[in-house]
Design a protein around this ligand. Structure first.
Ligand SMILES: [Zn+2]
Length: 429
């Protein structure tokens, strides 16, 4: 069987034929060049309007990367024609295997883009012996296609969140769809100001905004303001994940300060090296950790008292009735205010300030799963940390759209792990 036969099975073009196959060696690497020519009677197509036109001239031959096989790099070689279009003037012709600007064929670009979901971009480039830039532009093509064909119908629940990225702690605002049957990234915007979120609503459109029933967010003021203004009809929920993250952050502050204090006064440093004991859920500790925690809980320490408050707060989420949940919340806040531990008092004040929005969680809990936001957040954070060589917002934007486009159902199974990753106080927002 000839390579031509195989190629015609997998990649046949109506107006072009494969003419020549040359095997070359370049830098100790086998390369195959596949020459393409237009079929004898075919007229070139104008790349701007898509009409068949008469030819103008022919440009020098160009190479387009195709999917490699058996460790051999494969290139299409074709001399692009220019057309003399009555409507558009002199333009380069349109070819079916590439958009004409990229040096990579569409087939190979989709191939690379798929791999770039599993590996980092530089790993993908290395594995297939191509350049980082080729992978980048493949992902760009996939994302552009995805964005142009995005279906925005039936969105009734969204989550708004912020992500910190890069060396200079810059922020991006991310908006997810969090309906039961569809979970995905909808939009990314630079910064986390009111303007950023206003841009989302402009993109999303008034008509669709009216149909939003639930919006999940954290307590970031500009978001609260914009959501109240733009989507007042939706039930605005402060989501569970962010509240727990705030409490964990407070506990970590208490522990760090108290550990220093103990050391300063010359006591046994019981709080050293056990940060995770206080941050993880108790049922997720190992037997050994659980024993150490039990021993620590004997001490009358601020950290221990804060931890007990946090553990107690877990039962808040078990309520079904918003009324009883509110009774619990008020009591818990009163206790936290009386405990004379500053970070915990701060949490209590914050919870009081946002009482209504927090209670909305109970009013809406049956509508969508709270694990969804956590899962998406964790995946987004992993993406920002992976070595993609982010220097610009544009690259980050591409990577996030590329990795979070699909329905992330599998993430829900890993929900617990996601919770731990995203609740590391250093990352809590
Ligand atoms: Zn034209």
């Amino acid at each position: 069987m000839q390579i031509k036969t195989i190629l015609n099975r997998v990649q046949k073009y109506q107006s072009f034929i494969y003419t020549d196959f040359t095997l070359k060696e370049h830098d100790n690497q086998l390369e195959m060049e596949i020459a393409i020519q237009p079929r004898g009677n075919s007229r070139p197509v104008c790349s701007q309007c898509g009409n068949k036109c008469s030819g103008y001239d022919t440009l020098p031959g160009r190479r387009f990367e195709f999917v490699p096989f058996w460790g051999i790099l494969v290139f299409f070689v074709y001399a692009m024609r220019r057309v003399n279009c009555p409507d558009c003037g002199i333009k380069v012709e349109r070819v079916p295997w590439s958009d004409g600007k990229r040096t990579v064929t569409n087939t190979y670009a989709w191939f690379l883009a798929r791999w770039a979901k599993r590996l980092s971009w530089s790993q993908t480039a290395e594995a297939f012996r191509t350049s980082w830039y080729t992978v980048y532009s493949s992902v760009e093509m996939a994302v552009q296609w995805g964005r142009a064909n995005v279906n925005l119908s039936g969105i009734t629940a969204i989550g708004v969140d912020e992500l910190c990225w890069g060396r200079w702690h810059r922020y991006v605002t991310v908006v997810y769809q969090i309906n039961r049957d569809a979970v995905r990234l909808l939009w990314i915007g630079e910064n986390r100001s009111a303007k950023t979120l206003l841009r989302f609503f402009r993109w999303f459109g008034k008509e669709r905004t009216i149909h939003l029933e639930y919006i999940c967010s954290d307590m970031w003021k500009p978001y609260l303001k914009v959501i109240a203004k733009k989507a007042w009809q939706a039930i605005h929920i402060l989501d569970r994940f962010h509240i727990v993250a705030h409490i964990n952050k407070a506990i970590d502050q208490v522990r760090a300060a108290e550990a220093k204090e103990l050391e300063h006064k010359g006591y046994v440093p019981v709080l050293k090296k056990n940060r995770w004991l206080f941050l993880k859920r108790r049922e997720n500790l190992t037997d050994k950790q659980d024993t150490s925690l039990a021993a620590l809980l004997q001490y009358n320490l601020k950290t221990v008292r804060s931890y007990l408050l946090k553990e107690d707060f877990q039962s808040f989420w078990e309520y079904n009735s918003p009324y009883w949940a509110s009774v619990f919340l008020d009591r818990w806040c009163t206790r936290a205010m009386r405990c004379r531990i500053e970070p915990m008092k701060k949490v209590a004040l914050m919870l009081r300030r946002h009482r209504e929005l927090i209670l909305n969680w109970f009013r809406a809990r049956k509508e969508f799963s709270s694990g969804v936001v956590e899962g998406l957040n964790a995946k987004a954070k992993l993406t920002t940390r992976k070595a993609y060589g982010f220097k610009s917002f544009k690259t980050l934007e591409l990577a996030l759209y590329h990795n979070l486009d699909v329905c992330v159902k599998s993430l829900l199974k890993r929900r617990y792990r996601a919770l731990i990753i995203s609740q590391t106080p250093g990352n809590a927002i």
